[in-house]
Design a protein around this ligand. Structure first.
Ligand SMILES: Nc1ncnc2c1ncn2[C@@H]1O[C@H](COP(=O)(O)OP(=O)(O)OP(=O)(O)O)[C@@H](O)[C@H]1O
Ligand SMILES: [Mg+2]
Length: 282
């Protein structure tokens, strides 16, 4: 099983190497990178390219590791016992064990891909609580005294936005890849995938503005790939000509629909100031 990118996802050489390395090592691939650089989409696309079903576990601040394994639904059991029309069912605790995503992945008849998305959103104990499960691909169900073992080791993707440091013991068990922000050529290829017929002139002008905005020193939130795509979509929808983006002569202005790129008022103000200064330097 080898990943070579896909028709909808532009993967750089080092990203493909990382994916294949993780598959070979049978270790989770830990993917970091700025928001919107295609971390989540990578898992979807690798699964699609390799023809594997993808099980997704989206982590929130309240998510506990145990929820990925199984949960014991005591409330339903109590309710059923009060209705008392199905005593046999109530007696067997297995009827009230709800399988989590990890269990589903382990139990699958065919190999699957598993995405643990945004692991840094959970509390600090979360990664540590999954060490054994991800390493040995097994866990114990105390309620039923049963050991659940993976039939096939799933291909695991773990994404992080770096909001929290991950523990060393956890890192040791992963293969790591940082998705660097795409350079102009890679970005062109990515845009091409989404807007195949885009006019070259508009694309060049938009890319120049985009990288200029990203290059502004002191920006609080740099726009990323997905924001560029949103912006291009709007430019196309509104039929904005490439000339409107050029900053020649003294018509330098804040680009149209800048709200797709800059997401807070400080950044917009900063940008306007810069434009203003440029005008006066001419
Ligand atoms: N390499 C790429 N090829 C094609 N499209 C891409 C690529 N990178 C990003 N995109 C586009 O950017 C969008 C955002 O990607 P995705 O949701 O995977 O980002 P993310 O890194 O998971 O962001 P976040 O950290 O905010 O969850 C995708 O829907 C896709 O349209
Ligand atoms: Mg994501």
């Amino acid at each position: 099983m080898k990943f070579h990118g896909s028709d909808q996802y532009v993967a750089t050489q080092d990203l493909m190497l990382a994916v294949n390395a993780a598959v070979t090592l049978q270790r989770p691939l830990l993917v970091k990178g700025e928001p919107g650089t295609g971390k989540t989409m990578l898992a979807e696309e690798v699964a699609r390219a390799l023809g594997l079903p993808l099980l997704q576990w989206h982590i929130k601040s309240t998510t506990k590791a145990q929820q990925g394994l199984y949960e014991y639904d005591a409330v339903s059991r109590l309710r059923d016992s009060q209705l008392a029309d199905d005593a046999a069912r109530v007696k067997d605790i297995r009827n009230y064990i709800v399988r989590g995503v990890l269990w589903q992945a382990f139990a699958s008849e065919q190999p699957v891909a598993l995405l643990i998305d945004e692991i840094d959103k959970a509390d600090i104990e979360f990664p540590n609580d999954l060490l054994r499960e991800l390493d040995r691909m097994e866990f114990y169900v105390y309620e039923t005294r049963e050991l659940v073992k993976a039939r096939h080791r799933p291909i695991v993707f773990i994404t992080s936005n770096n909001e929290k440091e991950l523990p060393d013991a956890f890192l040791r068990r992963c293969f790591f890849h940082y998705i660097r922000f795409p350079d102009a050529d890679t970005m062109k290829a990515i845009v091409d995938v989404h807007f195949p017929g885009l006019k070259q002139e508009l694309l060049s002008a938009a890319l120049k503005t985009f990288y200029d905005v990203r290059g502004l020193p002191g920006l609080k939130k740099k726009p990323s790939t997905s924001e560029l795509l949103d912006w291009l979509k709007l430019l196309v929808a509104e039929d904005i000509p490439a000339e409107a983006l050029h900053s020649q002569d003294d018509k330098v202005a804040v680009p149209p629909l800048v709200g797709a790129l800059l997401k807070n008022e400080q950044d917009v103000t900063l940008f306007e100031k810069l434009v203003f200064m440029q005008r006066h330097n001419r």
